[in-house]
Write a protein that binds this ligand. Structure first.
Ligand code: NAD
Ligand code: UDP
Length: 330
């Protein structure tokens, strides 16, 4: 069975559904810090399958140990973590404790129960400000905020575990910018509180919750002056986890992959495409650059294609439409 941490979250719920649809058995857990049990019910409904789900916390090993005791776990897909860059600057200790100590707690239980396979949610943030694009997996790493540092430290910890135990296998998946939602409209990105990322903010603006979107800078060295990112559909990302799991089930050691499309879109591309496919207005105003933002980030996803046989298939139009379908009536 596959243990999915952070299962009721945005990427966790889509990946859980993909695993169940592929005939895998799963167990989920979450502490509902940034999600609700609705996503768990939706995954059960969409897959037509039941699975054990626990309310547990990475920081509370006893709550997790119950899961290891009661189930026969073969591998872990580890999504649980805090992910807001701004909050991590304000509350670094919360991030280090939750993400790093929490992962160490999980790894100690994996060691105790002989579980030696883990897929980890890393991020393109570990490339810092890349000197060139597209970004390859062997580019240098650096971080500009505590959130990014937690990802880089955890990558290092997992590499050390693989050195200490030659049977251990890990996939470090460096996600680019996940957006979009499952076509059913039943699961999607539903953050608690005020969102930080571009797509949820576009959605809130289209709904009138935010009066206008703030475009963080139109003076970047990019074709239209706004920041460029590699937006990837969350369902493509979910499929990438299945491919990575298949890989680490066959081969031990550390396997690092960029999960992106290889295409860069600007803030204006997103606003324009979203407004046009959904036939809604997205009023915006241009503001100064956001501190710490990098002008252009997009992946070279060749390694994942060659070694995992995985590539992103869905287009920006699908991403914009499905994001809106999920939130418009909420
Ligand atoms: P999310 O917030 O929707 O999901 C994370 C889940 O983990 C939430 O349901 C949250 O309640 C849970 N969680 C947090 N701390 C926990 C703890 N101590 N114990 C148990 N559960 C806990 O975020 P997401 O977008 O689905 O991201 C999943 C993972 O992918 C995270 O590790 C994130 O850092 C990483 N990631 C996300 C993005 C992105 O843009 N969404 C990009 C790169 C990497
Ligand atoms: N962005 C923006 N307005 C917002 C949120 C984001 O202009 O309200 C821009 C941001 O400057 C970046 C892009 O959108 O160029 C993606 O930002 P996001 O926070 O979604 O992802 P990340 O910065 O982590 O790549």
């Amino acid at each position: 069975m596959i243990l999915v941490t952070g299962m009721s979250g945005y990427i966790g719920s889509h990946t859980a559904l993909a695993l169940l649809n592929a005939g895998r058995e799963i167990i989920g857990f979450d502490n509902f810090y940034n999600s609700t049990a609705e996503a768990v019910e939706a995954v059960k409904k969409l897959s037509g399958k039941d699975f054990p789900f626990y309310t547990a916390d990475l920081r509370d090993p006893d709550s997790m140990e119950k899961i290891f005791k009661e189930n026969n776990i073969d591998a872990v897909i580890h999504f649980a973590g805090l992910k807001a860059v701004g909050e991590s600057v304000a509350k670094p200790l919360l991030y280090y404790e939750n993400n790093i100590s929490g992962t160490v707690n999980l790894l100690k239980l994996m060691e105790k129960y002989g579980v030696k396979r883990l897929v980890f949610s890393s991020s393109a943030t570990v490339y810092g400000e890349p000197k060139t694009v597209p970004i390859k997996e062997d580019f240098p790493n650096s971080t500009t905020n505590p959130y990014g540092s937690t990802k880089l430290y955890i990558e290092g910890i997992l590499k050390d575990v693989c050195v200490s135990d030659k049977d251990f296998s890990v996939a470090l998946l460096r996600y680019f910018n996940p957006i979009g939602a499952h076509e059913s409209g039943l699961i999607g990105e539903n953050p608690n509180g005020i969102p930080n990322n571009l797509m949820p903010r576009i959605c809130q603006t289209a709904k009138g919750i935010m009066k206008e979107l703030t475009v963080f800078g139109d003076d970047y060295p990019t074709p239209d002056g706004t920041g460029v990112r590699d937006y990837i559909h969350v369902c493509d990302l979910a499929d990438g986890h299945l491919a990575a799991l298949n890989k680490i089930e066959k081969e031990s050691g550390v396997h690092i992959y960029n999960l992106g499309t290889g295409k860069g879109y600007s803030v204006y591309d997103l606003i324009r495409t979203f407004a046009s496919v959904n036939n809604v207005d997205v009023p915006y105003k241009v503001c100064p650059r956001r501190a710490g933002d990098v002008p252009v980030v997009y992946a070279d996803p060749t390694k994942a294609k060659e070694e995992l046989g995985w590539e992103a298939k869905r287009e920006l139009e699908d991403m914009c439409k499905s994001s809106w379908d999920f939130v418009k009536d909420k």
